[in-house]
Design a protein around this ligand. Structure first.
Ligand SMILES: *[C@@H]1O[C@H](CO)[C@@H](O)[C@H](O)[C@H]1NC(C)=O
Ligand SMILES: *[C@@H]1O[C@H](CO)[C@@H](O)[C@H](O)[C@H]1NC(C)=O
Ligand SMILES: *[C@@H]1O[C@H](CO)[C@@H](O)[C@H](O)[C@H]1NC(C)=O
Ligand SMILES: *[C@@H]1O[C@H](CO)[C@@H](O)[C@H](O)[C@H]1NC(C)=O
Length: 968
């Protein structure tokens, strides 16, 4: 019994093996023969293609008049009975049509996969005869004609994909099971239905809802119209519904919102209207929701991210109103969000969450208010942030500039104020930056030059002032640059000529740019549009503009250009308006007079009187602070003829009368008393807050000194202690040797008097020289440049070559003394902080009103950048011949005050190009030194470098080289 039982299965399996062997060697069973035959017939009908090379009848078969088994042919799979179950020729560039494939020959075919080929013709009607078929993928071919109704016979197909063909006609409702009758036909097993990018149109039949196993419906990119079938909401397994880019209209079925499994709903690009079901997202696990480009109204679904899985959400280009729902604001899973072009309202600052995975968000063109949230800075993966065209106000939070992945940043057309922060340079990936049409003020940070990937920069229509930073020339990938409609001043930096990638447009119009058009613009050979109109540009149009071979549009109108219009092709085709409203242009151009050479020459001579810039003076402290500052002012030296002090600054201390002042002050003390007749006013040459300055001609020594008598003396213990510290520091200061620093010989403090003893400089202070017309005229442009360079050199030495560094604290024209050669010497360095010994606060602000860095109004921290600021004021003063102007105070708003800088009219305009260039450079340097933010001012070492270059090269080249190293 048991033996019998065992042997039966054995016998069966042995028989099976034999059948299998037979079938694979010789297809002598009728089904296999029919299949092979059908495949060979189909192959014959196709253009010859190597992929079907294995589909052959061998000699042996020919002789024996049998057919081979197709089971080993390429792309064919059989069952154990040797019958074809799968034809898979996907991705094979197969040419030809299906018309000669006899589907009736494949009774066991389960899978037919022909996607991504080049099949043409229609889907044959007899496809409905493959009644066991479960999988049919004909997508990505060139099939046309309608869907054959016989498809309804394929009741076991779970996946049907004819996407990306030219299939046309409608979706016949008979393809789907009829809910009412008990008919057995229809694609009743369908789970995945894909008709993407076809020519199918008409309505989507309600019967689609009878496909109760549907998981995925993708009908996007076709021509379906009418409403979304209500019945889709009945499908309990539906996870993906893609109906985008059709002509669907009407409302979204209410109940669709409560589909629990719906995770991907794409409706964008239809004509849907009405409100979106509020339930949408509430119960479901929505991951993707696209509502964009319809005509939806009402609020965004309030619980859209309730499941916490929403990754990709778009509702752009609709009429949504109301606020961005809290659910969305707190949706940490977001990856991509598009809400642009709606009428969304409310503030977006307060409760905006952090989206660690967000890469793209566009909130542009809504009615959003509030400020930009600092939370944006934590969306570390952001590559595009667009909030253009809203009512966003306040400053751009610094945190945004931590987003080093950002490629596109568009904050244009809002109400943003404040300045463009210097740390914008952190956006190292930035390629598109638009801040246009806001209320941004202050200067364009020079760090913008570090944005080496920038291709488009739009800062137009703001209130930006100051110069165009020359570093902009480092943005070598720029294709489009617009700085128009601001208050930019200074000259057009030559470095803009480095932007050889500029192609779309260079627009600097509607500013207050002066100086000449740099000939370097000729290098912009790809540029198509150049607009420099509505500025104060002077001089002639450089002929080098003829090198801009791509230029199709130019506008130089409303400037002060003069002279010959160069005979270059662009001017042969322009409208006369492009050159209108200039001073004295002439040439062979429509609308201009012909040139008369003498006219243009006089024009040239007249042009150099003015050098106009606007300086921006940031706010200063209150009146209280100002009066306090006055206490720190003290004048020095008066013009007195005397023998020149020792020129040899390297003379050893030992050979000097006062070198032992600290050790035996008494002797010196007596000599000074005698030389000044006990500080008789007769010898007084200046008065300041800290005391009077006397000229002391010490008998026997044949030396003249300036002695500053401090108006305090040691009376009690604490002051004696202070004076000891002071004396130590002064001892250090006497070690300083520099040709542009007034030598401090020593310090004496006795019971009666305390005084400092300095080198005496006969020409007195720069302030006095500038005040006197006669003296000022003697200080010509070359000498003035030398004076400013001297001061720069001295400050660089004090800041960078002294250990510890010395901060002057009181750079002003009163503290710059000139020797007989009109060489500048900085005086009173390092002592300013001691001059207020009576004050309990030793670190109190000292310095001269009108030269004080704005940050001193807010804090007491004195850094070398305060000196840099004062230096900037001083440089402008030397250019103008008088102090650039009152500093206004408005702590709250940091209101900017503009002032014209006109070259000192007591001197004739600069005679040489080199001097002219140096003056422009000096002006630009001065402006940079006076930047409101200490950190954006250059250091004196950087300035010293510029000075060195001037000395070496002078003139033109300089500006380029200097600026390259200047603010890096
Ligand atoms: C696709 O088929 C068409 C028509 O049969 C033919 O002209 C075309 O060259 C084919 N394309 C490829 C890539 O084989
Ligand atoms: C459907 O399949 C049956 C066989 O299963 C066949 O007889 C019938 O002709 C087919 N109908 C269509 C429309 O193809
Ligand atoms: C959008 O809907 C409004 C009414 O809600 C209608 O006036 C408007 O024509 C519609 N726009 C489109 C493009 O269908
Ligand atoms: C961000 O993406 C990562 C990787 O896809 C994922 O593991 C993580 O959960 C996501 N974070 C959030 C808050 O969804």
């Amino acid at each position: 019994m048991s033996n019998k039982r065992r042997s039966l299965p054995f016998a069966l399996s042995a028989a099976l093996v034999i059948i299998v062997l037979l079938s694979s060697c010789k297809a002598n069973n009728p089904v296999a023969n029919r299949e092979a035959n059908a495949l060979l017939k189909w192959k014959e009908s196709l253009p010859s293609q190597s992929i079907l090379d294995s589909w052959i009848v061998s000699e042996a078969h020919n002789i024996s008049h049998t057919l081979p088994s197709p089971c080993k042919w390429y792309g064919i799979t059989c069952n154990n009975a040797g019958s074809v179950t799968e034809i898979n020729l996907s991705f094979k560039d197969l040419n030809g049509s299906l018309e000669n494939l006899d589907f009736s020959s494949f009774p066991n075919l389960l899978r037919l996969d022909l996607k991504f080929n080049n099949l043409t013709g229609t889907i044959p009607t007899n496809i409905g005869l493959v009644s066991k078929l479960q999988f049919l993928d004909l997508s990505s071919n060139s099939l046309n004609g309608p869907l054959p109704l016989s498809l309804a016979n394929l009741t076991q197909v779970y996946e049907l994909d004819v996407s990306r063909n030219q299939i046309s006609g409608v979706l016949d409702r008979r393809l789907f099971p009829d809910g009412r009758t008990a008919s057995k036909s229809g694609l009743r097993s369908l789970k995945n239905l894909l008709f993407q990018d076809t020519q199918l149109g008409g309505r989507i039949p309600e019967e689609i809802g009878n496909l109760k196993f549907l998981v995925l419906v993708a009908l996007d990119g076709s021509h379906f119209n009418g409403p979304i079938p209500q019945s889709l909401a009945n499908l309990s397994d539906l996870a993906v519904l893609r109906l985008a880019e059709n002509q669907l209209s009407g409302r979204v079925p209410e109940r669709l919102g409560s589909s629990r499994k719906l995770s991907d709903l794409r409706l964008f690009g239809n004509k849907l209207s009405g409100t979106v079901p509020v339930e949408l997202g509430n119960a479901s696990s929505l991951v993707v929701l696209h509502l964009a480009e319809n005509n939806f109204t009402g609020h965004l679904p309030p619980e859209v991210c309730k499941g916490g899985k929403l990754v990709n959400f778009s509702a752009a280009f609709n009429n949504f109103n109301g606020p961005i729902p809290t659910s969305l604001k707190n949706c940490r899973s977001l990856y991509r969000v598009r809400l642009e072009h709606n009428r969304l309202t409310g503030r977006i600052d307060k409760d905006l969450g952090v989206y660690p995975n967000l890469t793209y968000i566009d909130l542009s063109f809504n009615e959003l208010q509030g400020q930009l949230s600092s939370n944006w800075g934590q969306c570390r993966n952001l590559t595009e942030l667009k909030v253009a065209g809203n009512m966003i106000s306040g400053k751009i939070p610094h945190e945004i500039f931590q987003l080093n992945q950002v490629v596109v940043l568009d904050l244009s057309s809002n109400r943003l104020s404040g300045e463009i922060p210097a740390n914008i340079a952190n956006l190292s990936s930035l390629s598109f930056l638009s801040l246009k049409d806001n209320k941004l003020s202050s200067w364009i940070p020079d760090k913008i030059g570090r944005l080496s990937n920038l291709e488009s920069l739009e800062l137009s229509s703001n209130m930006l002032s100051g110069p165009i930073p020359s570093q902009i020339g480092d943005c070598s990938k720029l294709r489009d640059l617009s700085l128009s409609k601001n208050r930019l001043e200074g000259t057009i930096p030559r470095q803009i000529g480095n932007l050889v990638s500029l192609q779309v447009s260079l627009d600097l119009s509607y500013n207050s740019l002066g100086g000449k058009i740099p000939p370097d613009l000729g290098s912009l050979i790809h540029l198509q549009s150049l607009n420099l109109s509505h500025n104060n540009l002077t001089g002639a149009i450089p002929p080098s503009l003829g090198d801009m071979v791509s230029l199709t549009d130019i506008n130089l109108s409303f400037n002060h250009l003069e002279g010959h219009v160069p005979d270059i092709s662009i001017f042969h085709s322009v409208q006369p308006e492009a050159l209108s409203n200039n001073d004295n242009l002439c040439g062979k151009v429509e609308g201009l007079p012909p040139c008369n050479d003498t006219i243009s020459e006089t024009g040239k001579r007249n042009k150099k009187g003015k050098l106009i810039v606007i300086i921006v003076l940031a706010s200063l402290g209150s009146a209280l602070l100002i009066s306090f500052m006055y206490a720190g002012i003290w004048a020095f030296l008066w013009k007195i003829k005397a023998t020149k002090a020792s020129e040899d600054e390297h003379a050893s201390k030992g050979g000097n009368l006062f070198s032992i002042c600290y050790f035996d002050g008494k002797i010196v003390y007596q000599d000074i008393l005698e030389a000044t007749n006990n500080f008789d006013d007769k010898y007084c040459i200046g008065i300041g807050g800290s005391g009077k300055v006397y000229k002391a001609n010490v008998p026997g020594g044949d030396q003249v000194f300036a002695v500053k008598k401090l108006s305090f003396h040691a009376t009690d213990g604490s002051q004696i202690e202070s004076i000891k510290i002071f004396a130590n520091e002064v001892a250090a200061l006497t070690e300083i040797r520099h040709r542009n620093i007034v030598k401090l010989f020593g310090f004496c403090s006795q019971a009666m008097h305390t005084f400092l003893v300095y080198e005496f400089l006969e020409r007195g202070s720069l302030a006095d020289i500038l005040r006197s017309d006669e003296e000022a005229e003697k200080l010509d442009w070359e000498k003035r440049i030398r004076v400013v360079k001297g001061v720069a050199h001295a400050l660089s030495y004090m800041h960078h070559d002294c250990v510890p560094p010395i901060i002057h604290r009181d750079i002003s024209s009163k503290n710059i003394l000139l020797d007989s050669e009109l060489e500048a010497h900085v005086s009173d360095f390092g002592t300013a902080k001691f001059l207020n010994l009576d004050s309990s606060n030793w670190t109190a602000v000292v310095g001269t009103f009108g030269y004080l860095a704005p940050e001193l109004a807010y804090n007491m921290e004195v850094t070398e950048k305060c000196d840099v600021y004062s230096f900037g004021v001083l440089a402008l003063e030397v250019l103008m011949g008088k102090h650039p102007g009152e500093l206004m105070s408005d702590e709250e708003n940091q209101t900017l005050h503009h002032k014209e800088v006109v070259l000192d009219h007591r001197l004739s305009p600069p005679s040489s190009q080199n001097v002219d260039d140096d003056l422009h450079l000096m002006m630009n340097v001065a402006i940079t030194c006076m930047r409101a933010k200490p950190e954006s001012r250059p250091t004196m070492r950087e300035l010293k470098f510029f000075r060195g270059l001037i000395c070496m090269h002078g003139g033109r080249i300089l500006v380029v080289v200097v600026s390259a190293v200047f603010w890096r």
